[in-house]
Structures are given as C-alpha cells and as structure tokens.
Unconditional design. Structure first.
Length: 67
C-alpha cells in the first residue's frame, strides 16, 4: 500500500509559508494551502491545492482540512 503524506499550510503568501510549501513539495508531500489572495500566489505544482479563505474563519479551516 502506498502512503500519501499530506500537509495543510496557512499563511501561504508569507515568507515562512512559501518556504514550508516549497520544502514539503520537494519532499513529496501533497500540499493544501489556505490563502485570502490565491490570485497573487505564484507557486504551481501538480501536488498543490489552493483553498481561498481566511485563517480566522473556522469554515475556511474546515474546507482546508477536508479531503
């Protein structure tokens, strides 16, 4: 059975968030990010999914963690 590692990251447009995303993708993780402004997010990858929302909104956090 193949194990798929997944990670969810908030504050994706910040310096630390971008670093974490890049490192996770390089390590083979499937990454879901939460950002208020997906249109300005520059990283693109087949294992990256962008969820629009605010980290202060519990429903946005739930959407991020589903799947």
């Amino acid at each position: 059975m193949k194990i798929i590692n997944k990670v969810a990251i908030i504050s994706a447009n910040g310096k630390a968030g971008k670093y974490l995303i890049t490192q996770a993708l390089q390590e083979g993780y499937c990454v879901r990010i939460l950002t208020r402004n997906p249109q300005i997010f520059k990283i693109s990858h087949k294992h990256l999914e962008v969820v629009k929302g605010d980290a202060r909104d519990i429903s946005a956090i739930r959407r991020l963690l589903q799947g």
